[in-house]
Design a protein around this ligand. Structure first.
Ligand code: GCU
Length: 682
């Protein structure tokens, strides 16, 4: 097993398998995913001089299994139900490693965990981190059953959005100009990378379902089945975005009313067809009544009516519908200062808590707006305890530099996941959610993600979906060590690890500094969303305003005088956000309209903060370029990676300066306040 030539191996270079492949490995058990484990181990041993054995019978439960020969034993122990289908137990010490799992998926995740630990799995201190000697057992289970990537890939090339909507990594892995790609072997490699970071579900088409894409549900189902066949060996289930109007578009019915018996019968029949073709199909994804997509509102029905219809037809087959909560008025009047897009999902969905079928998962964007570099957590997530929720993150960097800028997103995601609506740990976003969904950043680019270092975002998404409490810097360290073997060594290699950390750990905060300030968001070029246009969305229908004038800037979302958004949060957050003196600086302009002279908790005025952070942000990007150009880096990462990253960094510097100059000039002209440090503002 190896990533095909011509494509970067990402976090599975052949060298990462040396510690496993150079040893005596025994695999016990049988089943399709065990076969994948056997093939992985056999490939690694053939390459690195070890020996691989396979005994198809399951191991007896408990210590008996560990008595068998081998430096690494991977054993199916069907009785170990406490591990679930995806968990595994890892026992190590004395140079030997035993992985036990109740099902093939757990064994596969266990194998990739050993790969991640590398040589240290066999020679390092036992796994509890205490340095204890002897054999120690760790148990690993994913926090969520579904860890899913949504591809916004179109089958046809869309006239505006192209092959992949908000895609920054070339074409689609699945589709090409209206057809299924003839060679799907990269999809198999992709599934392998996903399994190695913990992702187990993929939706293969865009949430905006156009005419051709709608047909994937019926007459083009064979295409979906072909993709599923590539994903399945790595435990990745296939999901499909469907059009709510499918009964009309595909079935010729006069309505898509979710309460109409003929509509219900049509969906039940279509769903039977899907499961006949793809028995382990995961379910549907639906964007309804959103940005022009059809939905239940057209029939005077609620989103519970719409979602439940699909939940009911999927449930008998074990599937779920991911129903998106991204519902708002995209034709709003900018003159109307009471309507607030940030309220929309809450106002539509919170009253429906408890009304959804058990096979409905409400998929909620992590913030109340739309994947801006800084937003508060969506109040919907804390308001629906009786509904299955999945939190949606944007791995593709639409609003965070489009994979031309280096922005490591894991610190943002961990902050979101750790946010607590109340004081108890179980009020965290991570605990309120039952699943995590990421909008994929992958395409047919040789580096998978356009910017090679954006691979780290995909890796981190999977790892945080497995363990939302994982430390983002540790996850980044894992990714560096796997992707650039030797980075954790000594001398120049140790420098590489430190260099990449220094470039990436705080890169999200750097990006935030040189773009829209203090949580206000949206100062991007309309349409493609790349680069600055401070007033680009100010007089538009999209509900995305900053309200800057000569006196001040920001959106008044207070209950007292604004849109009331702060009041959608439970206590104490409602009070924290409502009051100027407790609102965190980084969200000040999200919740408040303030004069430029308003003094932040940091001690700086708002206008001086804007000037200072924009200068600092550019300086930090310039330092990032210097770090990448240090001697030895190109040798350590490979000339191709080095060149591609350098090309992107140059664009990032150019763009960051553009942002700095436009934002500083804009606010200087609006406010007339000079920079306290006397820097020239163009
Ligand atoms: C953003 C994005 C769209 C996308 C939408 C969604 O608004 O710009 O391209 O369709 O999110 O999440 O549905």
């Amino acid at each position: 097993m190896a990533i095909a030539a011509g494509r970067h191996p990402a976090w599975l270079p052949q060298g990462a398998f040396r510690p496993v492949g150079s040893r005596r490995v025994l695999v016990r058990g049988s089943g399709p995913l065990v076969d994948t484990v056997v093939a992985e181990v056999a490939g690694a041993c053939a390459r690195h001089g070890g020996t691989a054995r396979h005994l198809p019978g399951p191991a007896a439960s408990g210590p008996a299994a560990s008595g068998e020969g081998g430096d690494l034993v991977l054993a199916l122990v069907p009785g170990a139900t406490e591990l679930g289908t995806e968990g595994f137990a890892l026992t190590r010490g004395d140079g030997r490693v035993l992985v036990e799992a109740a099902a093939g998926a757990g064994l596969l995740y266990g194998l990739f965990h050993v790969v991640r630990l590398g040589e240290g799995a066999f020679t390092g201190p036992a796994g509890d981190g205490t340095g204890a000697r002897g054999r120690v057992t760790e148990r690993h289970r994913p926090a969520y059953d579904r860890r899913m990537l949504d591809h916004w890939d179109n089958v046809d090339v869309h006239p505006v959005m192209g092959q992949v909507e908000r895609g920054y990594a070339g074409g689609s892995l699945f589709w090409q100009a209206g057809r299924l790609r003839p060679d799907l072997s990269p999809v198999r490699d992709y599934a392998r990378l996903l399994a190695a970071c913990g992702v187990n579900a993929v939706a293969v088409n865009n949430v905006n379902v156009h005419r051709t894409e709608a047909r994937l549900l019926t007459d083009r189902l064979a295409d979906v089945a072909a993709i599923a066949a590539q994903l399945r060996p790595y435990g990745v289930r296939t999901h499909l975005s469907v059009s709510f109007a499918a009964p009309m578009l595909l079935g010729g019915l006069p309505t898509a009313d979710p309460l109409d018996p003929a509509v219900r019968a049509w969906w039940a029949e279509a769903t039977r067809g899907v499961y006949a073709a793809i028995p382990d199909f995961g379910g549907y994804v639906v964007k309804a009544d959103s940005e022009g997509q059809p939905g239940p509102f057209a029939y005077g029905r609620t989103h519970a009516d719409g979602a439940n219809l699909l939940g009911e037809v999927l449930a008998p087959h074990g599937g779920v519908v991911h129903w998106r909560a991204f519902v708002y008025d995209h034709r709003q009047d900018w003159r109307d200062r009471r309507t607030d897009r940030a309220n929309a999902a809450y106002d539509h969905f919170a009253p429906l808590d408890g009304a959804f079928h058990e096979a409905v998962v409400l998929q909620v964007k992590h913030g109340p707006m739309d994947f801006q570099p800084r937003e508060p957590v969506s109040p919907v997530i804390g308001a629906m305890p009786r509904t299955r929720l999945a939190v949606e993150l944007q791995v593709t960097q639409e609003y965070t530099g489009q994979q031309r800028h280096l922005v490591h997103l894991a610190p943002m995601w961990s902050q979101v996941l750790a946010f607590r609506f109340g004081t108890a740990p179980d009020t965290s976003v991570a605990r309120s959610a039952g699943g995590l969904v990421g909008v994929s950043n992958v395409g047919d680019d040789p580096f998978w993600t356009g910017h090679p270092l954006a691979q780290a975002n995909l890796y981190a998404f999977g790892r945080l979906a497995w363990d939302p409490q994982a430390d983002p810097a540790t996850v980044l360290g894992e990714w560096i060590d796997l992707t650039f073997p030797g980075a954790a060594g000594t001398g120049a290699d140790a420098d590489l690890r430190a260099t990449v950390h220094a470039m990436m750990d705080r890169s999200w905060l750097t990006y935030e500094k040189y773009t829209a300030p203090l949580g206000v968001g949206w100062m991007v070029t309309p349409g493609d969303h790349y680069g600055p246009a401070v007033d680009g969305y100010e007089y538009s229908p999209w509900g995305t305003y900053h309200f800057a004038d000569r006196d001040g800037v920001g959106v008044d979302r207070t209950v007292a005088t604004g849109t009331g958004n702060a009041g959608r949060y439970p206590h104490p957050w409602s009070a924290t956000y409502e009051a100027l003196d407790t609102c965190p600086d980084e969200l000040l302009l999200f919740f408040h309209h303030v004069p430029y002279g308003h003094v932040l908790h940091s001690g700086r005025t708002v206008i001086q903060h804007i000037y200072d952070t924009h200068v600092e942000g550019v300086e930090e990007v310039e330092a990032t370029v210097r770090a990448w150009r240090r001697p030895g880096v190109a040798e350590a990462v490979g000339a191709d990676v080095h060149a591609r990253v350098l090309e992107r960094l140059r664009e990032q510097v150019r763009s960051a300066r553009e942002w700095r100059d436009q934002v500083m000039t804009y606010f200087f002209r609006k406010s007339g306040v000079p920079d306290a440090h006397g820097r020239a503002i163009p």
